[in-house]
Design a protein around this ligand. Structure first.
Ligand SMILES: Cc1cc2nc3c(=O)[nH]c(=O)nc-3n(C[C@H](O)[C@H](O)[C@H](O)COP(=O)(O)O)c2cc1C
Length: 369
């Protein structure tokens, strides 16, 4: 209510990226004080709907998708608006400014964003320092934290991507409850080529070796591009499973464009970059179903792409996603989308006569084999 009537109209007059930075700053400040946290928690009070995945317990399935908190600077904010887990980053080893601005565009009529941020982030060493500081200040979130790992632009041109990923993991390993290997962002030239079989095998086997040397069972997930063909995805899933990957995130943003429904959409869609939000939903569901058909529940899937309420969350879960995430809906619907989604999921389970959300995972796919 407050968000739709007051905050969103104000943010609409700001350029998308400035609006984002401002919201993060204000939210982070508010959530770092006890009264602020209390106020946010009572505004965005989200019921629990516990689910287990990757050896961890989640208060409910819905987490914050990668890219919203690239610097891991607002970790206390996300749980106080209801998210049950956070994916911080994408983080690269080297600090990067990203692409020139403007690089984020919105289409309200299509509920879609186009971005070409280009892994703007302070780099792994500074992120480690920030995470350590957050821990020492006692403001570490009480929810699982996943870290999204990308590749520095310079390592792409030096042809040393594995070294870059490993150097980042080395800095951040002690801080993440899970890690997401990202070769699927469309905004770093050559990154998606790391999904080709030889390159992917080399990358994921060096990550697996890194983990074995650490004698640690921390889960490592692989994030899928919606623009890969189905047989390419099946090939990537095979390579990932052979190299010890624990689960999959489906999906990243797309370079495809739907038909725009307004002039503003036409303008946003004509920009280069990755599209997210409602138009991504159908392809995301297809890929969740494809991956679930291959790996079942042995390698849990995180469903992401156009989730903005109970129905889209239900569709992702029943297609095979154990956990879900959103980004764009937070921009268009505001923070209340989290509690509305979980309340709606709870109601849906009751209607279907399912006691435990875990039992809803994949039921659509299982019934349509
Ligand atoms: C501005 C922006 C930046 C993003 N940055 C990253 C990133 O660094 N790493 C990544 O794996 N995904 C990134 N994503 C993709 C999201 O994590 C998510 O996969 C995608 O937006 C689809 O979800 P949605 O439809 O709920 O937005 C970004 C998305 C947006 C809109």
């Amino acid at each position: 209510m407050t968000y739709g009537l007051i905050v969103r109209p104000i943010l609409k007059f700001l350029d998308s990226e400035n609006a984002h930075a401002l919201s993060l700053k204000l939210g982070s400040k508010l959530s770092s004080t006890f009264p602020g946290q209390k106020m946010l928690s009572s505004l965005y009070n989200t019921p629990s709907l516990p689910i287990d995945a990757f050896g961890l317990r989640f208060r409910h399935p819905l987490g914050l998708a990668a890219g919203m908190d690239k610097k891991c600077e607002a970790l206390s904010l996300w749980p106080s608006i209801g998210f049950s887990w956070i994916e911080g980053g994408g983080i690269t080893y080297h600090p990067q400014g990203g692409n020139p601005k403007p690089r984020m565009f919105r289409s309200d009529s299509d509920r879609a964003l186009v971005n070409r941020m280009g892994f703007n982030n302070p780099g792994a060493v500074e992120t480690r320092r920030k995470l350590l500081e957050t821990k020492e200040k006692g403001s570490w979130p009480r929810t699982p934290l996943a870290l999204n790992i990308g590749c520095s632009k310079i390592a792409m041109s030096d042809n040393k991507p594995e070294e870059d990923y490993i150097a980042t993991l080395h800095q951040l390993w002690d801080f993440g409850d899970m890690f997401v290997i990202n070769v699927s962002s469309p905004n770093t030239v050559g990154l998606r080529k790391l999904g080709e079989s030889n390159k992917l095998d080399r990358l994921l086997s060096s990550i697996n070796e890194f983990r074995s040397n650490r004698d640690d069972t921390r889960p490592v997930l692989f994030k899928i591009s919606p623009d890969a063909l189905d047989d390419e995805i099946e090939m990537m899933v095979d390579i990932a499973v052979n190299n010890g990957i624990d689960g999959f995130v489906a999906v990243n943003t797309t370079t495809a464009r739907p038909r725009p429904t307004s002039t503003r959409s036409r303008r946003a869609f004509s920009e280069s970059g990755g599209l997210s939000g409602r138009p991504l939903r159908a392809r995301s569901l297809e890929i969740i179903r494809l991956v679930y058909k291959k790996v079942g529940k042995n390698h849990p899937i995180v469903g992401v792409g156009g989730i903005d309420g109970p129905q889209s969350a239900w569709d992702a879960i029943t297609s095979g996603a154990t956990l879900i995430q959103l980004y764009s809906a937070l921009v268009f619907n505001g923070p209340a989308v989290v509690k509305k989604t979980i309340r709606g999921l709870k109601r849906r389970l009751q209607q279907e006569g399912i006691v435990n959300i875990q039992d809803a995972v994949g039921i659509f796919s299982d019934n349509n084999r």
